[in-house]
Design a protein around this ligand. Structure first.
Ligand code: BDR
Ligand code: CA
Length: 305
């Protein structure tokens, strides 16, 4: 079977880091490029984290810094969960700072135009992809699917109504959801069920590879912060859901829905309103096989030697 070409647009970020690990080590995926978004930390910090991770995984793909700000709104970051660096808990060697000279959206455009079939995965605010669409709608023909971690069919995590990635840049999400490209949404309603419980960390620590070492060190800090900030018993590992849904489509079940983004200035800004309808624009994840999810994570931690 041929591999799925992907572009990963991310804001590492503890859970983004594990999504990136899976993208680098999966034999089902062909990672074409990585772009960074401002989200969990500033663009400089999320980019440095992506650079460190790609070097740590010995993966040589173009990496471009994305937009430093959302399309219209003020920058919003999340040091409460991801720390000062955006990836607190792991110290990387000093790698050479080599970024692609293009801005993220331009790397997305160029990568799409030089490939026929590409899946664009976003695990942060959707600013870069929206900017790419605004600059060149030709790219839409080259996108098989947009797979995102974001939104929720129910409650949010930052406000009662909104999930972080969509709340940071609702206008960008709105452009992507109205693009006409098939979408697949992995939202809080499923990702909040995937908790990095103590026994998961213990099991991972027995794997004893550089991947498991990274995972264990990152998850200890992630869990502590999630407990004190969100009062959750353990941190939800949101972002790898996107990549796992590509590696094994049976891990999640999806329902076709019409998803609309709230771009108002009200308390509902960033809400993903998901409805069953005759006209639909998105496959929305509604359930997850948690055992399979962890099996896939452990399998990839083993490969990261
Ligand atoms: C999302 O927000 C970020 O903090 C995580 O990396 C994830 O992408 C969850 O709401
Ligand atoms: Ca993220």
């Amino acid at each position: 079977m041929s591999k799925i070409n992907i572009i990963l647009d991310c804001d590492p970020g503890h859970d983004d880091a594990i999504a990136l690990l899976l993208s680098c080590y999966s034999d089902k995926l062909n990672l074409l490029a990585v772009t960074t978004s401002s989200g969990n930390q500033t663009i400089e910090k999320t980019s440095k984290n992506a650079l460190n991770l790609l070097n740590f995984f010995n993966k040589n793909v173009p990496l471009a810094k994305g937009s430093p700000t959302p399309l219209k709104r003020k920058v919003m970051i999340c040091p409460e969960i991801h720390g000062e660096s955006g990836l607190d808990g792991f110290i990387f060697p000093n790698y050479e700072e080599k970024y692609d000279s293009r801005e993220g959206y331009q790397l997305i455009i160029d990568t799409l135009l030089s490939n026929e079939h590409v899946t664009v995965v976003t695990t942060g605010p959707m600013t870069n992809l929206a900017k790419a669409i605004l600059h060149n709608r030709e790219i839409l023909k080259h996108i098989d699917e947009i797979v995102l971690m974001g939104g929720s069919t129910g409650k949010g995590n930052i406000t009662e109504y909104s999930e972080f990635n969509i709340l940071v840049d609702p206008e960008a999400a709105d452009i992507c959801f109205k693009s006409g490209v098939p979408l697949r949404m992995l939202g809080l309603n499923v990702t909040r069920k995937i908790l990095v419980r103590e026994k998961i960390v213990e099991e991972a620590s027995k794997i004893n590879t550089k991947g498991s070492d990274l995972f264990v060190k990152l998850m200890k800090v992630f869990n502590e912060n999630q407990r004190s900030f969100f009062s959750l018993e353990a941190g939800p590992l949101h972002d790898p859901a996107t990549i796992i849904s590509l590696i094994d489509p049976t891990v999640f079940t999806f329902e076709d829905m019409l998803v609309e983004i709230d771009t108002s200035e009200s308390e509902k800004a960033g809400q993903t309103r998901c409805k069953k309808s005759t006209i639909t624009n998105c496959k929305v994840a509604t359930s997850v096989d948690i055992d399979k999810y962890w099996e896939i994570i452990f399998d990839h931690l083993r490969r990261c030697k």
